[in-house]
Design a protein around this ligand. Structure first.
Ligand SMILES: Nc1ncnc2c1ncn2[C@@H]1O[C@H](COP(=O)(O)OP(=O)(O)OP(=O)(O)O)[C@@H](O)[C@H]1O
Ligand SMILES: O=P(O)(O)OC[C@H]1O[C@](O)(CO)[C@@H](O)[C@@H]1O
Ligand SMILES: [Mg+2]
Length: 432
């Protein structure tokens, strides 16, 4: 059964991944290359391993090169020969055996290198930036009329790549985040009015924070970039912390690194810089919020708190992938190989509605995936933590007050629509 939204976009279908009857490349003419770009993610080595083994075992391809250190490795570094033997154990290690980098994408130099080395299959593993780079390589390869398959494999622990169900490594990262949350909870519940603050990755998308919170059940408040929050006044964070401490004696806050950046910039001078790939560098919201909470309760003098701040940032992405991510990485890599061997190009291998598919690059690069705070999952989180939605921002308050002052009806009588005849009748309130 196919379930569609009544008003949703129709007619977007992706080609199903898998082996094809007709194989475009002869095994001995294939010169494949693999590159990993952007930040680390659990499962990178598994994908590399399964690409090498898939090419070799399924199609008899013997020549596979590893490009060292991300995109710039195409023109600035030596390559590594990859064989099933050399990659045999790498899935047990975190990181990427090929190395990675940000920046350094020079389309012309990269395609020159592809041409010079006689590469005819390029497997590019990386996040949203990497897929944009892969798309530029694909266009340049096409412009030059080269017989080269350019294939993307989506990677990001932030889960910010659109269309696909989720990115590999995400489950592993969420699982590892549990350890930090658990530590924060143990610290918080061991003292009077203890607060544990955990900062997790997610610069534009709060998926890791949201799923880590839902998985844990120890988290009382989850703050993500998509849901602006405020500290002071009714419905604010300080009020909620006070309530939670009075109710429960301790609390845990999970905050995504991209949350509340506008608040931090108000009080800390913005660095206003970017990384080598052009991604905005963020302020440390975890440190900032911890200090704000400490200062607030110190000023109040009514509720002495103890706050512990845990920042497991790189720990959740520098680890090997768990069992389910290993399976997922294997399927992505095998699908990528089948597509390239069949002669497809300009696609990303991805899971869509539970099916392995080939997604044209432009679908992946046209937008970013975000937590939709009006959607079910965020509502489920709010029900689970019972935290404020922070939708009642100051502006809304003012509006509400204005609305309330409009209700100046004579207080003896109120209007009601009757359910049986739909006529408006006037009834007296029960208390009168
Ligand atoms: N618009 C773009 N066009 C071409 N290349 C790009 C573009 N954006 C980024 N890249 C290149 O892609 C590589 C990785 O980009 P980036 O550092 O943004 O990481 P990413 O792939 O988005 O992964 P993540 O954000 O998950 O760490 C870099 O080498 C960068 O130069
Ligand atoms: O310090 P680096 O390597 O730039 O990586 C940090 C960024 O990488 C990501 O993990 C995405 O890969 C983001 O969540 C984070 O902001
Ligand atoms: Mg990115």
């Amino acid at each position: 059964m196919v379930v569609v939204h009544k008003d949703g976009a129709r007619g977007v279908h992706f080609r199903r991944a898998g082996p094809r009857q007709k194989v475009y490349f002869e095994a001995d003419e294939v010169q494949a290359a693999i590159v990993t770009c952007g930040g680390l993610c659990p499962g990178l080595n598994t994908v590399i391993r399964e690409l090498v083994c898939g090419l070799n075992h399924m199609y008899g391809v013997k020549r596979v090169l590893g490009i060292n250190g991300g995109y710039r490795g195409f023109y600035a570094r030596n390559t590594i020969t990859l064989t099933p033997k050399s990659v045999n154990d790498i899935h047990k290690r975190g990181g990427t055996v090929l190395g990675t980098s940000r920046g350094g994408h020079d389309t012309k130099k990269i395609v020159d290198s592809i041409q010079d080395r006689g590469i005819n299959q390029v497997y590019i593993i990386g996040g949203d930036g990497t897929q944009k780079g892969a798309s530029a390589i694909f266009e340049e390869v096409r412009r030059r009329g080269l017989k080269v398959s350019v294939v993307g494999i989506p990677k990001t622990i932030d889960n910010d790549i659109p269309v696909i169900d989720k990115s590999f490594g995400f489950d592993t990262a969420v699982e590892e985040a549990q350890r930090a949350i658990n530590a924060a909870h143990v610290e918080a519940e061991s003292v009077e009015n203890g607060i544990g603050v955990v900062k997790l990755m997610g610069r534009n998308s709060g998926f890791i924070a949201m799923y880590a919170t839902l998985a844990s059940r120890d988290v009382d408040c989850c703050l993500i970039p998509e849901s602006p929050f405020y500290l002071e006044g009714p419905g604010g964070l300080y009020e909620y912390i006070e309530k939670r401490l009075k109710e429960n004696g301790h609390m845990v806050i999970v905050i995504a690194e991209g949350a509340g950046q506008e608040l931090v910039s108000e009080s800390v001078q913005s660095m206003g810089t970017q990384d080598a790939s052009g991604n905005k560098l963020l302020q440390d919201v975890g440190l900032w919020i911890s200090q704000k909470i400490r200062d607030h309760f110190a000023e109040q003098k009514t509720l002495p708190i103890t706050l512990k701040y845990i920042d497991p940032t790189y720990m959740i992405r520098a680890i090997p992938s768990n069992a389910s991510d290993n399976v997922y990485c294997t399927l992505l890599a095998q699908s990528a190989v089948h597509g390239a061997m069949a002669g497809y190009t300009g696609y990303t291998s991805g899971l869509v509605n539970g099916r392995q598919t080939y997604i044209p690059f432009y679908r992946i690069t046209e937008r970013q995936n975000h937590v939709v705070i009006t959607d079910r999952m965020w509502a489920r989180l709010l029900s689970s933590t019972n935290q404020p939605s922070f939708l009642d921002v100051k502006g809304d308050h003012e509006e509400k007050e204005e609305e309330e002052t409009l209700h100046q009806v004579p207080n003896e009588r109120i209007s009601k629509v009757t359910s049986d005849n739909n006529e408006i009748s006037h009834v007296y309130p029960a208390a009168c």
